[in-house]
Design a protein around this ligand. Structure first.
Ligand SMILES: [Mg+2]
Length: 281
């Protein structure tokens, strides 16, 4: 069976991953080593109203655990959450955790915190308090201090008050983005505030690839669902890896392959797990 292209994406060559399994399976079979990096929210767990409620289903965790144990594969979970929060959510030992959009990385034998981000931490902490104070009147606004970055979630804010939230938020942040102190990006009903450093998920992935010395050639596979993952897709594409967008494909999709939902993510991971099993098991 041939690979199906996603019709909604139009001219961009985005393939429906599950219809291309044979092609991917062949590359997995060939690869000496696989670096599998997966975003958390929206990729491994469906987007929920409150970020603390996004939990990994037990079967998915089991599957990840098994993948992590495969001698030919290194697993990393990558997220806008802090490493501490992410580790608590995923709960698998001995894998790589990439937090705060790549600003912090922890794994077997590796600890990295972006030096500029480390210095900006106290400033972001007080900024978080200031924004929180100004937004106290807006019900449903959740401001999250993640150490090196902060998030303003507005999924629970009534539609009629989003404009006001935007006004307050940008009144505070605009002068700081203009002076090069911080960067603001928009995700799915969330604003992310980060120190203004030239660092992103793509650079974090490159850092991981350089700092671990795996035997043989490494095939990188990266799954993500949001704008902050695009740098990761580009990095993985440039290295000859496999980039996978999870969600309903649209013209912004920049990955090679598409999975429609987190359910399809689990399906893919399960297929990968089976493909990596030594023969006879
Ligand atoms: Mg995500």
């Amino acid at each position: 069976m041939g690979c199906r292209y996603n019709s909604r994406v139009g001219e961009i060559d985005v393939k429906e991953l599950l219809s291309c399994w044979d092609v991917i399976a062949a590359r997995i079979k060939e690869a000496e080593h696989i670096l599998l990096l997966i975003d958390y929210d929206g990729t491994l767990t469906p987007i929920v109203e409150r970020p603390e409620l996004a939990n990994l289903p037990p079967q998915a965790k089991e599957c990840l655990q098994e993948l992590a144990e495969s001698p030919r594969l290194t697993l990393g979970i990558i997220s806008g959450r802090s490493v501490e929060n992410l580790r608590g959510k995923v709960g698998i030992k001995g894998i790589i955790y990439v937090g705060n959009h790549g600003l912090e990385i922890e794994g077997p034998g590796i600890t990295y915190v972006n030096p500029v981000a480390r210095k900006t931490k106290p400033f972001l902490h007080s900024l978080c308090r200031d924004i929180g104070k100004e937004l106290t009147g807006i019900k449903g606004a959740i401001i999250e201090d993640k150490g090196l970055t902060l998030s303003l979630h507005y999924r629970l804010v009534d539609e009629s008050r989003v404009e006001e939230l935007n006004r307050i938020f940008f009144e505070i942040t605009k002068p700081l983005t203009a002076s090069g102190r911080i960067k603001v990006s928009k995700g799915k009903k969330v604003y992310e505030v980060r120190p203004a450093v030239d660092w992103n998920k793509g650079k974090a992935i490159a850092f991981i690839a350089q700092n671990f010395n795996w035997e043989g050639e490494t095939l990188m596979i990266f799954l993500g669902d949001d704008i902050t993952d695009y740098d990761g897709f580009r990095m993985v594409d440039d290295s000859g890896g496999i980039s996978i967008y999870v969600g309903e494909g649209d013209t912004e999709t920049v990955a090679q392959y598409l999975l429609h939902s987190t359910k399809e993510t689990y399906q893919f991971l399960n297929m990968l797990r089976k493909a990596l099993k030594p023969k006879g098991n």
